[in-house]
Write a protein that binds this ligand. Structure first.
Ligand SMILES: [Zn+2]
Ligand SMILES: [Zn+2]
Length: 356
């Protein structure tokens, strides 16, 4: 039988484990093995597989070595086959149509802040999903627990993204961006000049989530009126599940999401302002967030808002969580033409440039 690509199989397994929200250490075993083996000449890989010496390499264990041997023998690794067989249920027709209409993701993190993977790996996973673009939105300086990027680091990241883009397949690109903190007074936590330069600006509240209603409303309205803000991220800040989530990397906070109630704000005023200033309301797909709740998605829809269905992915496999956001959007009757990431990269960037 013709040999399969063992590295691709290992990466596929890692992707499926991430998508299923499995423990980080399990995912890491496959990602590190893929990384270690991709550095190896093809001939040595085959030799070691037949001699049974793959496990002598750092980062390769019994399970990953067995997968490699099976791939090289032309078989789909048993581990992969089981994962595929036990995957989640299908989406209904409307959610599927919405998911199919999406051409990119406007909220993602890399290991430059609190994500677990390099920008390149996030981009490759997005290519595999059929996306045309991925907006990279690492955190802003004040969010120190998530290694928020200072202006200097963000400038370095922009240069790096340019290099990565040059090496990516034609027809796909990483768009530059930020998930900028909405500060206590509603101002945005990054230099004006940088915000103007970025393709997409997502703004989120990460602090003072218990601010009293009037204060929180003022704070959000000020941010929405800022011409640099394009998308309002996870607007209620709620956490609906206490399951551990797969955020890893140097900035790992031993992340365990606790349940958290919604922030209190005047939703009608906030959504009216989003509609007036043409700021898109994010439908955050993370299983532990599911933010905003459906009743607020419906109100934003009635207010005439646009939406962005984003994953807020911190690992490649989480990029496929858009399906969850689509499910909720479809239940609320959100039409595809109200969703900014159904547009091409050009149209999306035209929109954000026109706005700022
Ligand atoms: Zn956030
Ligand atoms: Zn985020």
């Amino acid at each position: 039988m013709k040999a399969r690509d063992p590295i691709a199989d290992l990466r596929r397994i890692a992707f499926l484990l991430e998508r299923a929200n499995e423990a980080t250490y399990r995912v890491r075993a496959f990602r590190s093995a893929a990384k270690a083996l991709s550095a190896l000449p093809a001939a040595e890989l085959t030799e070691r597989a037949s001699a049974g010496t793959l496990t002598e390499l750092a980062g390769v264990g019994d399970v990953t070595a067995r997968c490699v041997a099976e791939s090289l023998a032309g078989e789909e690794p048993v581990y992969l086959r089981r994962l595929v067989a036990t995957e989640g249920s299908d989406l209904d027709a409307e959610a599927t149509a919405l998911r199919t209409a999406l051409r990119g993701d406007c909220h993602t993190h890399s290991d430059w802040s609190d994500g677990g993977s390099p920008i390149e790996e996030m981009a490759l996973a997005a290519v595999e999903l059929g996306h045309e673009y991925l907006v990279l939105t690492d955190h802003s300086p004040r969010l120190t627990v998530a290694r928020g990027l200072t202006a200097a680091r963000l400038r370095r990241q922009l240069d790096h993204v340019e290099q990565v883009n040059a090496a990516l397949p034609e027809g796909f690109r990483i768009l530059t961006g930020i998930e900028v903190d909405i500060l206590a007074d509603g101002s945005l936590d990054q230099d004006e000049e940088l915000l103007a330069r970025l393709d997409v600006v997502v703004g989120s509240v990460h602090s003072g989530l218990n601010d009293e209603r009037a204060k929180m409303t003022r704070r959000m309205l000020a941010a929405i009126a800022n011409p640099h803000l394009d998308i309002l991220g996870h607007c209620t800040g709620r956490m609906v599940s206490s399951r551990p989530i797969g955020i890893t990397g140097p900035g790992d906070r031993g992340h365990r999401a606790r349940t958290r109630k919604e922030s209190d704000f005047d939703a009608d005023a906030v959504f009216a302002a989003c509609a007036e200033h043409d700021v898109a309301v994010e439908i955050n797909s993370r299983p532990e967030r599911q933010d905003p709740p459906k009743r607020l998605i419906r109100r934003a829809l009635e207010a005439g808002c646009r939406f962005a269905i984003n994953t807020d992915a911190h690992a490649p496999g989480q990029l496929d969580w858009q399906r969850f956001g689509c499910e909720r959007a479809a239940l609320c009757g959100v039409p595809a033409d109200r969703v900014v990431n159904t547009w091409s990269a050009e149209d999306l960037v035209d929109w954000t440039r026109k706005r700022s």
